[in-house]
Design a protein around this ligand. Structure first.
Ligand code: SAM
Ligand code: SF4
Ligand code: SF4
Length: 334
């Protein structure tokens, strides 16, 4: 049975955070001063097992989900992530993908592909090591992330998409070099507006570089024109180079909210269902599972939650919403 929410939006896309841990400390996501060695990460026993995730995934697919993205935290720091991929890949009719910072991708790409992963999105905010470090606070070489992407392409995890978050005053100067480089490579670069997700990153509107500004910067050197979305509810707006040199995407979650078509649900590493990236509370599916609920009972609860959903945080964003409590991105995944 396909579900629609209170604003008539279907449920199509499920993002599953497989861990709240990460080997990077990106300043816009897990700033080191908060996510230090004493940060109370979830104990292993509180994180959904692969079997629990796969069971939930099947129930969600029964409700119309067609795409599952594994995320985190950093999904590839979860031990044997490819075994989860294998379990999910057995579900028919599913577009299965994963978002990673790329640090562990080179060594895992083949196993992920063999397990049935279709493609990957790799996050990279600059080609310059100093700038990259200023953002990920982990002193990890750009070259290793590029190696991860290339290995993924080599084993057939394509098309490769690259996510770049732009923070004013930090990596604006990387916009053009990134555009040139990935145009050459044929990977689809997507620029993400810096969002006020969570409450630890000290977000300010002044730090946001708008999609319009990004398109203008690139277009001045390599002219772009807008193209139609691949499907309704696609997060990235697509632009192509007028000379036929490929396309880029811009994700304007701040300056041009796309809640109207939002068909995404998220499951946190500890098994809570969130119906918005900016939600305050999740619905505890793990307790239900661990207390012996049947698939039917879980399915009915999901249907009730989605049926009532009226989230549209980005459309309502204002000075008043910025300081509201919100769950961290590393808990529920991007
Ligand atoms: N660790 C993986 C990674 O970085 O690709 C997956 C999880 S990460 C939370 C998913 C995506 O969210 C990444 O592309 C990241 O750049 C993006 N992201 C994190 N914090 C953000 C923020 N405050 N604003 C915009 N995008 C953000
Ligand atoms: Fe880790 Fe990804 Fe968040 Fe960076 S954006 S801290 S890589 S989870
Ligand atoms: Fe969807 Fe919430 Fe983002 Fe709007 S703010 S697009 S409802 S996740």
């Amino acid at each position: 049975m396909n579900l629609t929410d209170a604003l008539n939006r279907p449920l199509r896309d499920l993002r599953i955070s497989v861990t709240d841990r990460c080997n990077f400390r990106c300043v816009y996501c897990m700033p080191r001063e908060i996510f230090g060695s004493d940060y109370p990460y979830l104990p292993h026993s509180e994180v959904l097992t692969f079997e629990e995730i796969a069971r939930l995934a099947r129930i969600f697919v029964g409700h119309g989900v067609r795409k599952i993205r594994l995320t985190g935290g950093e999904p590839l720091v979860r031990k044997d992530a490819h075994l989860l991929v294998k379990m999910l890949a057995e579900i028919p009719g599913l577009d299965l993908t994963l978002t990673t910072n790329g640090a562990l991708l080179a060594r895992q790409a083949q196993a992920l592909k063999d397990a049935g992963l279709k493609r990957v999105t790799v996050s990279l905010d600059s080609l310059d090591d100093e700038t990259f470090k200023a953002l990920n606070d982990a002193d990890f070489p750009v070259a290793k992330v590029l190696e991860g992407m290339d290995t993924a392409a080599l084993v057939g995890l394509e098309p490769i998409k690259v996510n770049m978050v732009v923070k004013r005053g930090v990596n604006e100067s990387s916009i053009l070099p990134m555009a040139r480089f990935f145009r050459e490579k044929g990977y689809i670069l997507r620029f993400i507006e810096y969002m006020d997700v969570g409450h630890t990153n000290g977000w300010r509107m002044d730090d946001v570089v708008s999609s319009a500004e990004i398109v203008k910067i690139i277009s001045a050197e390599m002219p772009l024109e807008p193209i139609d979305p691949n499907y309704r509810g696609e997060v990235a707006e697509r632009w192509r180079y007028t000379d036929g040199g490929g396309e880029i995407g811009v994700i304007s979650s701040v300056t041009h909210a796309f809640c109207r078509d939002c068909n995404r649900a998220r499951i946190s590493a500890e098994g809570k269902l969130y119906t918005c990236l900016f939600a305050v509370n999740g619905h505890d599916l793990k307790s239900l599972i661990r207390n012996g609920a049947s698939d039917e009972e879980i399915s009915q609860l999901i249907a009730r939650i989605w049926g009532k959903r009226d989230d549209r945080y980005s459309e309502l964003r204002s000075e008043n919403t910025i300081d509201l409590p919100k769950v961290e991105m590393s808990h529920i995944g991007g």
